[in-house]
Design a protein around this ligand. Structure first.
Ligand code: KE4
Length: 429
């Protein structure tokens, strides 16, 4: 008899912190215990008990073409037959670098790494090395991986001096990170007036996907671009989540704003551990071994991971891929909002291409503060009611949801019907 999720979770908690290898998987935000995945295909995920779910987490973004896509699996199988890792350059790394630079506006050179975290911490090291400055500006609610300079919350003081957001982050380092409210034009203006000449880089999720899903206000990204230009700071778009999802060229293409550096992850690995950072050649040439800014990685550019990522990128470049994905995302969100209205539940959604946010408040959030101003209990009850009806949503009110090319009319209708029943439950209690 295979072990149940409950038995696996009990064993896991003996040997792994919280029983998981990444905190959000532990369901702490929604309560209960996580299920353990047995397999996945297309939009579907099965747990070890054999229950099937329509999956709107998609491994937190990588599975944009659906789970276990035959062309991705074939590319992995063919590549792994020739060896798993060489530690010397391989042709697929070159093809990946050329593909990323062909797809992303303004991307002239790129370095492969093994996670989004590696990409962002390397990008800010490069920004500090290239500018000779030390201050980093980030935004409340934006998550850029677990690098020390990012685990910082808004502190006191005019410079919004950072306060460590985790034990183990040295205060001296946190002090070098300023945290601003997202979508607040004046706050950014004030900080740059006071300390613009200290700022090495401003790093932002162009669409915030780590505090639910918050879209940039009209002109906001351009405003950040203007401030960085005025004060000689670098603009870093963290596109680990938005890259290749919200448009073939990511948010830079969608919003027509050029960043100096961009970070990527998730989709470019197709489910395998891959990250990347890149930008103008004159910046990237400062990275070792062509320049003095050091960064390295044993498995960077791993051929099997490159094969999975390249197969995924080939699929998303098929004509009409993103318009179809955006239309499906809109149909899902419209259906959920209609289901909530039928039962008088206060609910709204934010949506873009392939990404969405669910809000138990009258309107989607435009700021981190608004994203925290929700009916948390309603979200928790909705999450479990949907899970019981075979729909797996992100197990936190502070995460975005993801639609893949594999989510068709059947899966969206199934999801909306489950939501009708879940909203009816919420309305009765
Ligand atoms: P990783 O180190 O987890 O590959 O990437 C970090 C990262 C960087 N930048 C952005 C915009 C990100 O969304 C992420 C990681 N995203 C989370 C989901 N909110 C990953 C899920 C998890 O932490 O398990």
């Amino acid at each position: 008899m295979p072990a149940s999720s409950h038995e696996l979770f009990a064993r896991a908690q003996q040997r792994m912190p919280g029983g998981v290898n990444s905190p959000v998987r532990a369901f702490r935000s929604v309560g209960g215990e996580p299920f353990f995945a047995a397999r996945a295909s297309g939009p579907w995920l099965w747990d070890v008990e054999g229950r099937r779910y329509v999956d709107y987490v998609g491994s937190w973004g990588p599975m944009i073409v659906g789970h276990a896509h035959p062309e991705v699996l074939r590319a992995v199988r063919e590549t792994m037959e020739h060896g798993l890792s060489f530690g010397v350059p391989n042709p697929l790394e070159v093809e990946m670098a050329e593909t990323l630079c062909a797809m992303v506006p303004g991307l002239e050179m790129v370095r492969m790494v093994n996670s989004g975290t590696e990409a962002t911490l390397s990008a800010i090291r490069l920004a500090r090395g290239a500018t000779g400055r030390t201050r980093i500006v980030k935004f409340e609610g934006c998550y850029h991986g677990h690098g020390d300079s990012f685990l910082v919350k808004a502190g006191s003081g005019a410079l919004t001096l950072g306060v460590p957001d985790s034990p183990g982050v040295p205060r001296a380092l946190a002090d070098l990170t300023s945290t601003l409210p997202y979508n607040d034009f004046e706050a950014a203006e004030r900080l740059f007036e006071e300390a613009g000449d200290e700022v090495a880089a401003l790093i932002v999720e162009p669409i915030v996907g780590n505090a639910n899903c918050i879209l940039p206000a009209e002109g906001y990204l351009q405003h950040l671009r203007t401030l960085c230009d005025r004060h000689g700071a670098l603009l870093i778009f963290d596109e680990v989540m938005t890259g290749f999802r919200v448009a073939p060229g990511g948010a830079q293409e969608r919003y027509g704003v050029r960043a100096d550096l961009c970070t990527f992850g998730k989709i470019i690995g197709g489910g395998m551990p891959v990250g990347a950072y890149g930008g103008r050649a004159e910046l990237m040439r400062q990275v070792a071994p062509s320049g003095p800014v050091y960064q390295a990685g044993t498995l960077s550019g791993n051929p099997v991971a490159m094969a999975a990522g390249l197969a995924t990128l080939r699929l998303i470049r098929e004509p009409g891929f993103h318009p179809r994905l955006e239309a499906a995302t809109g149909r899902l969100c419209d259906g959920l909002e209609q289901a909530a209205r039928e039962h008088g539940v206060t609910f709204s959604t934010s949506r873009t291409c392939g990404m969405f946010g669910l809000y138990f408040r009258a309107r989607p959030a435009t700021s981190f503060r608004e994203a925290t101003d929700i009916d948390h209990d309603a979200f928790r009850r909705f999450f479990h009611a949907m899970l019981e009806r075979g729909v797996y949503l992100a197990p936190s009110a502070f995460e975005a949801g993801f639609v893949s090319a594999a989510h068709g009319e059947e899966e969206i209708a199934f999801t909306v019907e489950a939501a009708r029943q879940a909203f009816a439950l919420l309305a009765r209690s």
